[in-house]
Design a protein around this ligand. Sequence first.
Ligand SMILES: Cc1cc2nc3c(=O)[nH]c(=O)nc-3n(C[C@H](O)[C@H](O)[C@H](O)COP(=O)(O)OP(=O)(O)OC[C@H]3O[C@@H](n4cnc5c(N)ncnc54)[C@H](O)[C@@H]3O)c2cc1C
Length: 286
Amino acid sequence: MPKIIIIGKGPAGISCALYTARAGIETTIIGNGSGSLGKAEKIENYYGFSEPVSGAELSDSGVEQAKRLGARVLEEEVVGIGYDGSFSVRTDKGEYRADSVVIATGSPRKTPKIKGVEEFEGRGVSYCAVCDAFFYRGRNVCVLGSGEYAVNEARELIHVAGKVTILTNGSELKGEVPEGAEVIKKPVAELKGSDRLESVMFDDGTEIRAEGVFIAYGTAGSADLAKKLGVFTEGNKIVVSENMSTNVPGLFAAGDCTGGLLQVAKAVYEGALAGTEAVKYLRGGK
Ligand SMILES: Cc1cc2nc3c(=O)[nH]c(=O)nc-3n(C[C@H](O)[C@H](O)[C@H](O)COP(=O)(O)OP(=O)(O)OC[C@H]3O[C@@H](n4cnc5c(N)ncnc54)[C@H](O)[C@@H]3O)c2cc1C
């Protein structure tokens, strides 16, 4: 039986799963919390509810609906996606394979408000280790973040870069320190340099040399995951065709992560379309 993994259990991911599960595709949904929907206190502009419904309630009943139709729902954080003829999705708990993947991870990641981050984007600040590690061969690089995603990015860099330091910016590291990496927990004050990034300065005034800083704050955002596979993005949005496919065969995206109207109705529509198109793709063979 063909397998699909849907990353995200918001309206887009769940709507997609309703179509794939009912079409007999082995459907796994991986989500990490309830995303934007969970933050919406009351929704009163979505079809079918005569009284306002809380985002949390809508989210829970969507998950139950997908489970009833046979989808497997995992509460895990996706930290990377790979492709070698079929897809591999890496999480904080394991690795799963699928013939098709749908990214439905909602709106973009948070960028840390640290002086110099935006200034050095593309000149030392990167958001994707798999994409950019090569440019930092033998160099001193840092990963800014304290979760599983940061640990994963450090692992990608360790074999390529000269030295890898994880900067947790005042937090405890959640995850195992990759062998060979160093961890600095002090709060970061500023990224410094001239034409390119040269160093990281901490709150206590000390500095370390860094030619690259890889931002891996919080969880991997939609564009972070997409870029790892060479998917076209525009800013933080994933570029999709009119049938929600990306430029990578078998990989679809839906919901807030594709931009446009950031509303439940649009996420549900795109999820449904991605689901039906993924079914066609899986039935037609690759
Ligand atoms: C405060 C607030 C109020 C809102 N009010 C309304 C309203 O009244 N009406 C309306 O129509 N819309 C409203 N919205 C917008 C609406 O919530 C979104 O448009 C909708 O939820 C988008 O659905 P989605 O499935 O694309 O993303 P989301 O609902 O954000 O779901 C994203 C999913 O991806 C998962 N995820 C993300 N990263 C990872 C990862 N690395 N690994 C695993 N899982 C991951 C999350 O856990 C989540 O399950 C509101 C949003 C907010 C924040």
